[in-house]
Every structure is written in C-alpha cells, then in structure tokens.
Ligand binder design. Structure first.
Ligand code: 16G
Ligand code: ZN
Length: 541
C-alpha cells in the first residue's frame, strides 16, 4: 500500500545508531544529540499514531534534554491533556526506537496499529505540535520529527519553534481540553500575565508593601527569552534576568539542577547579591528553585527548594479555602499533596501539621501527576523544583460559581484568588515561569521576604550520593522507592544503619536517567547524614 511504501522509504533515510539500546526512560529518550535522529524520526511516527488513536487530538512532541549538557538532546511526547505520554505506550516507544531496519520497523507499526485499532488507511487526520529548546541540535532534530510525522498519511505537524517544555504542554492542553484550536505562545503569555495581575489586584491593601527585586538565573536556556516577554507584559514584576544564554553555555554551572544538587550559587551570582531574593530555572524551564546567597559563604546558598514552594502553595490554598468554606456543612474540596522520598522530612512534617494529606509516589513527574489528579485540588512537587497544582473540573465549576454568586466580599475574593491560581499555574506539567509568578504573587500577598518564607520550617540536613554500578536494574525498590526488595539483605542492613542516627532516614534507588544507583540520607545533623549516606553507598557498591 501507499502507507507501507512511504514508511519504508522515509525510514531508510534514518538508520538507527549501531550497538546502542535506547530507552524511553522517566522522561523520554535522552542521549548525545548526534545519535538521536532516527529516534526523533520514529517518535514523529509514534506521535502521529497517538493522535490517530485519540480521535485526532493534538499531540505534542518536545525536543529537549532539560538540564543535561548542551551536546545532549532528547525527545518526549505529550498526550491530549498536555500530560506525559500514557505509560501504556512506553514499551512501544522502546521497540520503535530500537527496531534494527525499516522492515522490522514497519512490522512493529503494523502489529501495534492492529492491536490498538489505529486506522492507518489515511481516513483520519492527525495533528502534532512540535517544540524545541535552545540546543543547536534541535534544528535538525525537528526536521527528522517532521519527516516521521509526514510519513503517516493524514498527519500534519505545526512547528511552534523554540519554546519552554511547559509552554508546549500547555498549548497541547489548550487546543484539546479548552478547545482553543489555535492556542499559541501568545495565548499562554496572555493567560499567565492576566491571572498574575488578577492575583496582585486582589492583595489586601494592608499588606501592600514592596518585597524587593528578584534576580532570575535562566540556565542559559529558553527561559530567559520567555521571561523577558512576560516581564514586558507585567510592569509590576521587578525581576532582573541573568544567564539568559547570550554568553554562557546552557546548564554549565547554572540552572536549577546545578543549584539544587550542589547547593551553590550559579555563575554570574556573587557577594553583591547577598540579601536579594534569587531564583533559578532549568534549561527547558520546567523546574524552579529559589535561593539566597550566604554572606562570606564562598558561594554557598540557602536553598529554597521544590518542597518549600509546595509548602507555600499549600499554605496559600489552605488559607483561601478556609475563608471560602467556613461553613462545615458546605462542599469542601479534597486537597491532597504529593511528594517523593526525596522530599525533606521536615517538609512532610510541616504539611501534615497544616492538616493536609500527604502521599508518596516514585520519582518522575508522570507518577506524581497521576496521583495528584485523584484530588479536587492536588498539589505535587519534587524537591528538585518540578511541580504544579491540579484542579478537578468539579472544583473549577464550584469556584466559578462561588466567585460570581458569593455575597461576602472576603469570600468572593478568596474564590477569585483560587480561580486565578488555576489559570496561572500550568495544569499540564510543572512550569518554572508560571510557578515563579505564583510564588511572587503569594509572597507579595503575604508581605513576606524570602527569609520569612524559608523559615516555614527548617530542612533536616541531607546528603545525596551516586554509586556507579555494573547493573542498576539489580536494585529493585517498593513502597514509593523507600524499601529495597532486591538484592536480598540490603534493606535490613540499611535499616540497621539508619536507626543509629536521630531522625535518620535513608533510601537507595536506581536512577531512571543515568547508569547509577542513588543514595539519599537525612539526619538531625549534617555529619550524620553524610556518614549514613557513605555507609549505605558501600552496601550497594
Ligand atoms: C527526570 C524527571 C524528574 C526526576 C528525574 C530523576 C520528568 C519530566 N523528569 O528528570 O521528574 O526527578 O528524572 O532522575 O519526569 P533520576 O532517576 O536520575 O534520579
Ligand atoms: Zn527540565
């Protein structure tokens, strides 16, 4: 058939790299950009099939390797609601990427299409939105993706150019869920800036005093250029943009991943910034952390991580809800908080004290997101700064109703604030830019300095180590990665070491992105956390 010959012909132009096994991993395929052309081409095909399978819904294809080095790249797929590709298709993504030749590729596609009942006869249309970060390799990889898409009859690609990962997810969601067929970056900027201004306008007059300027490290990535656009739309935002990529190298000693893991100030920050509120985005702007520089501290910082952003959001939402629902006989939205084992124990304790239900999942946005969807208002964050807030359709209807019918001004304003939060925050995926604006709006609302925010609770000292192992899959965990199941005996040894330290907690897990096993330990003092991590690292070595 025509479809067959099109696929055979185009895939012969994109031979897979020899002797390399690729895996979809926690967040799509990632590798050195030079070997990714065939993978991206094939993910173009997969995205087209996914669109056909979902009755022609718009599917996203993002080319990025996030916080990894500039010579790497990667590709991931966004489903109709803007969230990560359904896990149920990941094995197909793996086999597609690793098919050795055009004929076996074709066979895989034919078998899968049959099993999933995907119409491959050109009778249906498919639509894919493409985006890429600022990596130079993104240009030729986008071309490979287009070729993949175009080799499926009826499929069409729209290239959104250089965008943040969350912007692409947002556009996909807006086009499908909000039925804005032409949703673009401009609509994103409009929605985000309008809802931010709305939150600022709703600040009670008495707490209206300045909280000083913000400096943002943009990891020399795509976030810088986008934040500049937002800033122009928001004359209220007093932000200085640094590391926006004109000079420095993407992710090199800059960005949220570097700042959070190494707990040091990024390049371009120094003693002159002591006393100023600082934030850091990662290379594709889906992670956000804040920090301040410690005086005479040799570039050391006070880190205000994802757990603390989560705590600030949770506190604000809880406050507004308690204004709105003082009558206990009324409907009360169920609020839930989702964390991973990396969440600092002090943050979990704080959230519990707020009376919130805290649930743990394994590492990786797809797991947290899925869990958060079970609530009326679900808030999730990884300590590394990736997270967002999800509002159920029901809670949105309720808010919409309350903000227009509520008689009391206080209550009406609380409903309007929560409504604005739902518009500002990116409900498809964690978004450093919209997250940053929400943090800024809440701090302004509370009249809080970054130090006041950081004092919500004090992090327990912690240590992370990574151990290079021959086969990381030998380590199997359970219970949201807190317990080692295999190899046998390890968990007993970890427990025996952990109980020696006051407030000790420790776990190991195989990385989903690197060939290592990671160790995390926390305790009441830094020396103990370090010692515990070191001892446990020896166990898995
Ligand atoms: C990926 C995940 C991130 C996770 C990290 C863990 C997404 C979009 N990103 O970057 O959520 O924290 O992997 O890496 O899911 P690790 O498995 O190497 O520790
Ligand atoms: Zn990222």
């Amino acid at each position: 058939s025509q479809q067959r010959s099109m696929l055979l012909e185009s895939s012969s132009l994109f031979p897979p790299p020899k002797g390399i096994k690729l895996s979809y991993g926690t967040a799509g395929f990632r590798a050195d950009a030079s070997i990714l052309q065939s993978t991206v081409f094939r993910m173009g095909i997969l995205a087209a099939l996914r669109s056909l399978k979902t009755e022609g819904a718009v599917i996203g294809l993002m080319i990025t390797a996030s916080h990894n080095k500039v010579s790497d790249n990667g590709v991931k797929v966004a489903d109709p609601n803007g969230e990560m590709l359904t896990q149920h298709w990941e094995p197909f993504a793996d086999s597609l990427a690793n098919a050795p030749d055009p004929h076996s590729l074709l066979q895989l596609i034919a078998d899968f299409a049959k099993k999933e009942e995907i119409p491959l006869n050109g009778s249906k249309a498919a639509a894919i939105l493409l985006g890429r970060d600022t990596r130079p390799s993104g240009e030729f990889l986008v071309e490979a993706a287009k070729q993949g898409i175009c080799s499926v009859i009826g499929a069409a690609a729209s290239d959104m150019g250089v965008v943040t990962t969350p912007q692409l997810h947002w556009m996909v969601r807006a086009r499908n869920k909000d039925l804005k067929a032409s949703a673009s970056e401009l609509d994103y900027f409009d929605q985000v800036s309008t809802s931010f201004r709305c939150l600022i306008d709703l600040i009670p007059k008495k707490s209206h005093h300045g909280i000083g300027k913000l400096i943002v490290d943009c990891a020399n990535g795509v976030g810088g250029e986008k934040l500049r656009i937002l800033k122009e739309k928001l004359n209220w935002l007093d932000a200085e943009i640094r590391n926006s990529g004109e000079q420095g190298i993407l992710n090199e000693q800059v960005g949220a991943d570097y700042v959070q893991k190494d707990k040091v100030a990024p390049q371009g920050f120094g003693p002159h910034d002591v006393g100023t509120r600082c934030a850091s985005l990662d290379g594709d702007a889906d992670r956000l952390v804040y920090f301040t520089i410690i005086p005479n501290g040799n570039n050391q910082i006070n880190l205000v991580d994802g757990d603390k952003i989560l705590s600030l959001f949770a506190l604000f939402i809880k406050d507004q809800l308690s204004i709105l629902t003082d009558d206990k006989n009324e409907y009360q939205p169920r609020v839930g908080v989702v964390q991973t084992a990396y969440a600092n124990g002090a943050s979990t304790k704080y959230l519990n004290q707020l009376g919130l239900q805290v649930i743990f999942t394994p590492t990786g946005v797809k797991y947290l997101h899925e869990k958060a969807q079970e609530f009326d208002i679900g808030i999730y964050f990884e300590a590394n700064g990736h997270g967002t807030i999800l509002f159920s359709d029901h809670s949105l209807c309720w808010l919409e109703d309350r903000k227009s019918t509520e008689k009391g001004l206080e209550k009406q304003n609380a409903a309007k604030r929560l409504w604005a939060v739902s518009k500002l925050i990116n409900q498809a995926v964690g978004d450093a830019l919209s997250g940053l604006l929400l943090v800024e709006a809440i701090l302004q609302h509370m009249g809080w300095s970054v130090d006041k925010w950081n004092d919500l609770y004090h992090d327990l000292p912690s240590r992370q180590l990574k151990v290079k192992v021959a086969d990381r899959t030998a380590v199997v965990t359970t219970n949201a990665e807190t317990i080692v199941e295999k190899p046998p005996g390890i968990q007993e040894a970890i427990t025996a070491l952990t109980v020696k330290y006051p407030q000790g907690r420790c776990f190991v897990r195989p990385s989903g992105t690197e060939d290592v096993v990671r160790v995390y330990a926390e305790a009441n003092i830094q020396e103990s956390a370090d010692e515990l991590a070191t001892c446990v690292a020896k166990l898995v070595d």
